[in-house]
Design a protein around this ligand. Structure first.
Ligand code: FMN
Length: 171
């Protein structure tokens, strides 16, 4: 079975997850989205960072080009994994992949540290702006700083193996 792990990552969080998945499935090809030559795979792990409640633009463009495949998705986000925002991200990504008749086997996501540049920009916003620093947001940015952590990486490996199991059961 030919397996691809592909990802887009600006600051390294999603790349860490991609590498961790690869460590669980070393026979898979691991390529950043820009390195992909073809999509001739039996299973594609597609991963991106979250931008406005869906995959970042690079991953989004790739996702729209995947048809009739077995796929599993992964992402990192600044929001808490148990938030409504994370649920929206899951739905948006699942629906996107399903639209092209892909078989979505499962997904994994965890929090990822927010780029310091972005936090610096948030800090310039006046308090009436919806992204302006608040006590709740500052805490969330602090909490995100340590992710992906050891536990996230361990869970992403378990996720990778569970996808292979599910696929084998469906055969
Ligand atoms: C331009 C921009 C937009 C973002 N939008 C969101 C968002 O809508 N929701 C969210 O939870 N996180 C958002 N984030 C946070 C990132 O998704 C998160 O920090 C992610 O782990 C970055 O992954 P990377 O290191 O692989 O680039 C945004 C980050 C950037 C830079």
């Amino acid at each position: 079975m030919k397996i691809l792990i592909t990802y887009s990552s600006q600051t390294g969080n999603t790349q860490k997850i991609a590498k961790s998945i690869h460590s669980a499935i070393p026979e898979a090809d691991i390529l950043s989205v820009s390195e992909i030559i073809n999509l001739d795979y039996d299973l594609i792990f597609i991963g991106g960072w979250i931008d406005r409640a869906t995959f970042d633009e690079t991953t989004l463009t790739l996702a729209k080009q995947i048809f009739d495949k077995n796929v599993a998705y992964f992402f990192t986000l600044g929001a808490y994994p148990d938030s409504d925002h994370a649920k929206d991200c899951i739905n948006n990504i699942k629906n996107l992949l399903k639209e092209n008749n892909n078989h979505v086997i499962g997904g994994y996501f965890c929090q990822g540290a927010i780029a310091p540049k972005l936090i610096a920009w948030f800090s310039t916003l006046t308090s009436d702006h919806k992204m302006a620093p608040s006590e709740e947001r500052i805490k969330r940015w602090e909490d995100a700083k340590s992710h992906p952590n050891k536990e996230d990486l361990k869970k992403s490996k378990e996720f990778a193996l569970s996808i292979l199991n599910k696929l084998n059961q469906n055969k």
